[in-house]
Design a protein around this ligand. Sequence first.
Ligand code: MN
Length: 237
Amino acid sequence: MKPLIGITPTLGKDHKLYQVSSDNVAAIVQAGGVPVLLPYVTDRHDMKQLIQTIDGLCMTGGPDIDPTLYGEEPHQKLGRIIPERDAFELELLRLYLETEKPFLGICRGSQILNVAAGGSLYQDIYAQIGSSVLQHGQKAPHGHGSHFVYVEKDSLLYRCTGVEKFKVNSRHHQANKKIAPSFQASGRASDGVIEAIESKDHPFVLGLQWHPENMLAEGDERSINIYQAFIQQAGQA
Ligand code: MN
């Protein structure tokens, strides 16, 4: 049996249609997992049953997170939010982090991970950090690596990739700010923006601010390393 990997979709602008990029699904398949999409159930027992069923969990990109969930009010530059997605992913994550099963958070998935564990976000890096920030909303094609990430050597991200610096794509205007207790920032851009976080208490709980699923489609070695390590860990869960 291949590891079963839950993937959380987003909701379209009408808040009725579940959507997920096919690259998220293809990445799990390419790395040797069986993907399954998880709709937003609200019952905690249903969530626990989903968690028992899957071997790994991947939370995907999407719009912004309600800032009141991390103790702030909306900045002028806050974008669209999806309250039902915030509620589902936060509760699912809190229950999931009680297990040892692996987690991969992508972009918004990295941010919701940090919020679930007690951290906070920049609601808009350009307005709140200032003119020193790099371009994190690249105009290049989605799979193109546009800025570098500098990796902490004593980290899961380093163990996955084996390199201290590599290029990533970038499509975000928010970023993790205060890192949750018992988490560490394991990758940063040259402007200091946090690009990767991970739990110090779990074997494999990793949040990436970029989109490896888009780069893997183009054969990017680091993205392949990360997905394979994730699926391998799920196989042991
Ligand atoms: Mn970036």
